[in-house]
Design a protein around this ligand. Structure first.
Ligand code: AMP
Length: 325
C-alpha cells in the first residue's frame, strides 16, 4: 500500500491535503510537513493545504491555502488524521479525482480509494515519517519540526501507552534535522494570563461524580468573565488529569456565540487513564481514541446522562481493578 500511495503521488500534478475540523497539533503539523515534503521532493507539483483557522499556539506549524473548487477535478486529495467523513474539514474533498486517507484512529472508517490506517500508531505524523523513510524523501528542519510537534502533542509528550520503539526512533530521526525543542515546548507551554487564571478557577471549582469522574463546565458566561476563547478553555481539559481516584475527566465547552435562548451546542472533551471511554463518546455524536475522545451534546440533561454513563463505567472498572490510582 505504501508504494501504491507513492505511485499516486507521482501520478498527480495537483495534490490537496485536508485535515479534520477543530485541528490539533498532529493534524496541523502532519499537514504542513506533508505539503512541504511533497514540494521539496517534487518541485514541479502544485501542493495545497486546506482547512479552517489554525489555533494561535499552532500557527507556526500550519498552512492554509485558498483552493479553487475547479482544481479538485484533476487532483489527488490526501486526508490526514481524520477518522470519519463527517470530520473532514471542507467538503470539496468529495470532488477529488482520487482520495487517499492516512490515519491512526481506533474508530477509522474506510472512506477513501486507498485507506492507510495504523491503529497502533499514537500519532499520524509517525506514520508519515515511516512513509518518508520508505520513500527515501529528502526532509529539512522545517518539515522535521512540524512532524516532531505532531508526535509530541499526540503522544502527550511521549507519555501515552501507544508510544513504541518506532515512535521514539522516528522522533530521534527528526531531531537530527536540528529541531529546536526549547522553542517548540515554549510555544506549547506558554499560557495567556487569562487562561492561567481560569485554570486556577478549574482547580477550585471542578466537580466530581460519586465514583470519580472529574469535570468542569465552561459556560459562555464563565469564558466571558475570564476573557478567554473557547479554544483557550478547551485546552484546559488536561489540568484535571492527575487527580487521585479520578480516572476519567471531562471538559464541557459551550459553543454558543450569543446568550440568545437557542438550543446550545456543547463540545465535550473526554480523557481517561486505563479506562476506555471512546465507546461512550459514540453515544453522543462523537468518537476518538480509547483514552482521548470527543463528543457533542445539546443540553444539560444530556450532560447529566453522559456523566452518569461515565460514572457507571468507572464504578465497574474500579470494582474489577481494585488497585487503581
Ligand atoms: P479532542 O478532545 O477534540 O482533542 O478529541 C480527542 C479525539 O477524539 C481526537 O482524536 C478527535 O479526532 C476525536 N474526536 C473528537 N470529537 C469527535 C467527534 N465528534 N466524533 C468523532 N471523533 C471525535
Amino acid at each position: 500500500m505504501k508504494n501504491e500511495i507513492l505511485n499516486k503521488i507521482k501520478e498527480y500534478e495537483t495534490i490537496i491535503i485536508h485535515r479534520h475540523i477543530r485541528p490539533d497539533g498532529d493534524c496541523i503539523g502532519s499537514q504542513k510537513a506533508l505539503k512541504e515534503a511533497l514540494i521539496l521532493n517534487f518541485p514541479n507539483k502544485k501542493v495545497y493545504a486546506v482547512g479552517d483557522e489554525i489555533p494561535d499556539y499552532l500557527k507556526e506549524y500550519g498552512a492554509i491555502d485558498e483552493v479553487d473548487e475547479h482544481l479538485y477535478i484533476n487532483a489527488l486529495v490526501i486526508v490526514l488524521d481524520t477518522a470519519s467523513k463527517s470530520r473532514i474539514c471542507n467538503n470539496n474533498y468529495e470532488k477529488a479525482k482520487f482520495l487517499i486517507k492516512i490515519d491512526h484512529h481506533d474508530d477509522s472508517e474506510d472512506y477513501a480509494n486507498i485507506n492507510y490506517v495504523d491503529h497502533e500508531s499514537p500519532a499520524c505524523a509517525s506514520i508519515l515519517v515511516r512513509l518518508f523513510k520508505e520513500w527515501n524523501f529528502k526532509l529539512n528542519k522545517e518539515i522535521a519540526t512540524c512532524l516532531y510537534l505532531s508526535i509530541t502533542t499526540d503522544t502527550g509528550r511521549f507519555r501515552y501507552r501507544g508510544v513504541n520503539e518506532e515512535v521514539l526512533t522516528n522522533a530521534g530521526y527528526l531531531l537530527n534535522y536540528g529541531v529546536d525543542t526549547d522553542m517548540l515546548y515554549t510555544r506549547l507551554y506558554i499560557k495567556k494570563i487569562e487562561a492561567l487564571k481560569l485554570q486556577g478557577y478549574v482547580f477550585q471549582h471542578f466537580k466530581k461524580t460519586k465514583n470519580g469522574v472529574a469535570y468542569i463546565y465552561f459556560t459562555k458566561e464563565l469564558m466571558d468573565k475570564f476573557n478567554v476563547t473557547k479554544e483557550d478553555a478547551a485546552n484546559l481539559v488536561n489540568c484535571l488529569d492527575s487527580i487521585e481516584g479520578c480516572l476519567i475527566w471531562v471538559a464541557f465547552i459551550d459553543q454558543a456565540n450569543s446568550t440568545q435562548n437557542i438550543p446550545s451546542e456543547i463540545r465535550v472533551r473526554l480523557r481517561s487513564r486505563f479506562v476506555a471511554i471512546n465507546e461512550i463518546a459514540t453515544h453522543y455524536h462523537g468518537g476518538g481514541h480509547l483514552m482521548a475522545a470527543g463528543a457533542t451534546i445539546y443540553s444539560k440533561k444530556e450532560m447529566q446522562k453522559l456523566l452518569k454513563e461515565l460514572d457507571n463505567l468507572l464504578k465497574k472498572y474500579k470494582e474489577d481493578n481494585p488497585c487503581v490510582f
